[in-house]
Design a protein around this ligand. Structure first.
Ligand code: PLP
Length: 548
């Protein structure tokens, strides 16, 4: 057995965090160690971690009267009392998160979060003063820089049997992971995911790998799992989406969206036909809510109803949809009126943290798959995604989260109106895509008229420090995961327009839009100049060739 999976708490030789930033933290550490060491009787050592955590919590998180009295022999009592009140107020933060199951109403200052991180850190066994680690994994960190980066939280999260389970050697990390999941759930509820299930799984993998895990768990959930080898996938031209299914060993049946005006919408009839055709071979239908215009967010409500009617699994790729209230409402409607087994969303795209995490959730009516993902995760997991989310949601608080959601909606409308102005000036148009609340697209028909490669326009924007746009021209064929996609990029084999996209994603500002449109105007000018120069050079070469 992996020593790390034992419930036994072994003594360790690792020092506690050396960089505790304040006297208050040092005092808490001392108090904690003195008391915890005394409390560790043989019976407690053999008890499950959950029981120990419950006993240890009040002692660790508050400065009591005895200690205040004792410290008052060093500094005036009234100052000590005042300081202790501040300390206790800081440490009540966790209590509030746990009892209300919510993120804080207002964001916390850096000092309070840092202190909380150190407190959680000293609850992990690698930071016990008197511990000696003799297992093969004892949370030792060689580099102080790395130790600082992770607040000395070295044990990761989960156990080999369940990534959401508490880790006996890492009470602090376990608390942090739970609190991060609670706050993420609350943030998603605030965005509009009503009736979100209690279990929310934060995984240290980006969206694509997490989708792979979800699809594998979905397959395993069927009694005849071996026979089920296919997914129905509503086409979305993003390579990861294809690879997520092929990596899970599944065949993909591609459903091309229907072209409706400028917009690409879900073809429900085609999905129904394939559900009937595939029958017992089908693992699930995969829909997507956040995508590049002109593709619209999938009609997840209609698909959910269809899946309920036909007893078909349904997984939603909501990669960056948490930031959109419209999308979140659609999802919660879907899991209320029909079948949704899991919804996957990126932590970085929605919560302004570094790449490397994803959240799996579902509605209250059907939480089995979220639990199955958690229990099928092999081994322990990095705590990084949870740490980033925990710190970020504490520092945002509900107030800032709501403000960010509001600002994004405002910037979406602003970007659409500013792009429309540029389009009119340049003889182009913004494609009409009301079903996509994040991404928008503008035609680039001048490229064809000028006879130049449209992708040059994207390169020119990038070289002028505009990142994130995507130029798509008809006619490109690409093979991804063994599947050939005609018209790759557009999510449709014969999309008629050449265009580029831009997204009003969380955190983008009106100032960014102004800079973008200003660069865009210059780029159009330079693009047309370059095209004219290229055409003149070609004509001169042709004349020369004729004369020779
Ligand atoms: C709709 C969609 N799904 C999945 C992904 C892949 O996300 P990740 O890189 O987090 O795996 C992306 C990336 O942009 C995306 O746009």
């Amino acid at each position: 057995m992996d020593g790390s999976e034992s419930n036994t708490v072994v003594a360790m030789d690792c020092a506690s965090p050396r960089e505790c930033q304040t006297l208050s933290v040092c005092l808490l550490v001392v108090v904690y160690h003195a008391r915890f060491a005394r409390a560790r009787t043989k019976s407690e050592i053999d008890e499950p971690a959950r029981v120990r955590v419950r006993r240890a919590k009040p002692r660790v998180l508050t400065m009591n009267d005895d200690l205040v009295a004792s410290l008052s022999t060093l500094v005036s009592g009234r100052y000590v009392t005042q300081g202790a009140e501040s300390l206790n107020a800081h440490t009540k933060i966790l209590t509030r998160i746990v009892s209300n199951r919510k993120m804080p109403a207002k964001g916390l200052p850096e000092s309070a979060i840092t202190m909380l991180m150190h407190e959680l850190s000293v609850m992990d066994s690698n930071n016990f003063i008197d511990n000696v680690g003799v297992g093969e994994r004892e949370g030792r960190i060689y580099s102080p820089i790395v130790a600082q980066r992770v607040f000395h939280l070295a044990h990761g999260i989960g156990r080999s049997g369940d990534v959401m389970a508490e880790q006996p050697k890492a009470c602090g990390s376990s608390l942090l992971a739970r609190a991060a999941a609670i706050m993420a759930r609350d943030a998603m509820r605030i965005s509009g995911m009503a009736d979100i299930g209690r279990d929310v799984c934060v995984l240290p993998m980006a969206t694509g790998m997490t989708l792979t895990m979800v699809l594998m768990s979905m397959r395993a959930s069927w009694a005849n799992a071996r026979e089920r080898d296919s997914v129905i996938w509503c086409r979305l031209d993003q390579k990861t989406c294809v690879k997520a299914a092929t990596c899970a060993g599944l065949n993909i049946v591609v459903i091309e969206p229907r072209l409706c005006g400028d917009e690409l919408i879900t073809d429900i009839e085609a999905i129904e036909r394939e559900i009937t055709r595939l029958g017992e071979r089908l693992v699930c239908v995969v829909t997507s809510t956040s995508c590049f215009a002109p593709r619209a967010s999938d009609d997840v409500e209609a698909v959910a109803k269809l899946c309920e009617k036909t007893n078909t699994g349904h997984v939603i790729n909501n990669a960056y949809g948490v930031q959109s209230r419209v999308i979140c409402k659609k999802i919660s409607k879907a899991w209320t009126v029909g079948r949704v087994d899991a919804v996957v969303q990126s932590t970085d795209k929605n919560f302004l943290v570094p790449v490397g995490g994803a959240i799996v959730c579902c509605g209250k009516r059907r939480e089995d798959l979220v639990r199955a993902v958690s229990t099928s995760y092999p081994g322990r997991a990095s705590a990084s995604a949870s740490i980033d989310l925990f710190i970020t949601l504490l520092s945002m608080g509900e107030e800032t989260w709501v403000r960010l959601l509001d600002e994004r909606e405002d910037v979406y409308a602003y970007m659409a109106s500013e792009l429309a102005k540029v389009a009119e000036e340049e003889g182009e148009r913004v494609l009409s895509t009301p079903g996509n609340p994040i991404s928008m697209a503008m035609t680039l028909s001048c490229a064809k008229a000028l006879g130049v490669q449209p992708t040059m326009f994207g390169s020119m924007l990038f070289s002028r420090c505009v990142s994130g746009t995507r130029v798509v021209a008809p006619g490109e064929t690409k093979t991804v995961g063994g599947i050939e996609f005609e018209g790759f990029g557009a999510s449709h084999s014969r999309y008629p327009e050449t265009y580029f996209t831009a997204a009003a994603a969380l955190g983008v500002t009106r100032a960014d839009v102004n800079r973008f449109t200003s660069v865009l105007r210059k780029t159009f000018k330079d693009f047309k100049k370059k095209a004219a120069a290229a055409a003149a050079a070609a004509a001169a070469a042709a004349t020369l060739a004729r004369e020779l």
